[in-house]
Design a protein around this ligand. Structure first.
Ligand code: ZN
Length: 149
């Protein structure tokens, strides 16, 4: 189990150092801003929606390793998905990091399962879910910034 944890940490560190899709999306047609005042995480999520489909997604901002890695992996998992599929992954991911969801859905979550250890640290749950809450707001076309508080 210890080895598995190390591996998880490696993935998270690697994504936080080299976040994927970390840029402003010039032709975004949806975007939202999210804050986690508890930790100081602050991100903007950009979306290019084509009908129901997320054609492109990116993010920018700053935050702790967990929030940044989570944002990076969020963009990878929802790119090319429909809005409904993205919301479904969000619900599963939320269940995973809050400890509500057990092993069953981890396979479906794929690489996102590296965040399962977060459920042991309630303060970190907000870091891990910030980008997802922000994605949700962007999908809904909300203008005001999202806050985890
Ligand atoms: Zn954080």
């Amino acid at each position: 189990m210890a080895d598995l944890r190390d591996l998880y940490q490696e993935v998270i560190l690697e994504h936080s150092k080299q976040p994927r899709n970390y840029r402003e999306l010039g032709d975004a047609n949806h975007k939202a801003e999210g804050y986690n005042p508890l930790c100081g995480d602050h991100f903007t999520v950009y979306l290019k929606l084509a009908g129901e489909k997320i054609q492109d997604v990116s993010f920018q901002g700053s935050g702790c390793a967990i929030s940044k890695a989570s944002a990076s992996m969020m963009t990878q998992s929802v790119k090319g998905k429909t809005m409904a599929e993205a919301e479904k992954i969000f619900r599963q991911f939320h269940g995973l990091v809050t400890g509500a969801e057990h092993n069953g859905s981890q396979e479906e979550l794929g690489k996102l399962a590296v965040f399962s250890g977060v459920s042991e640290f309630p303060v970190r749950v907000k870091c891990a879910t910030l980008a997802w809450h922000t994605l949700h707001a962007a999908l809904e076309g909300k203008q005001e910034a999202v806050s985890t508080e």
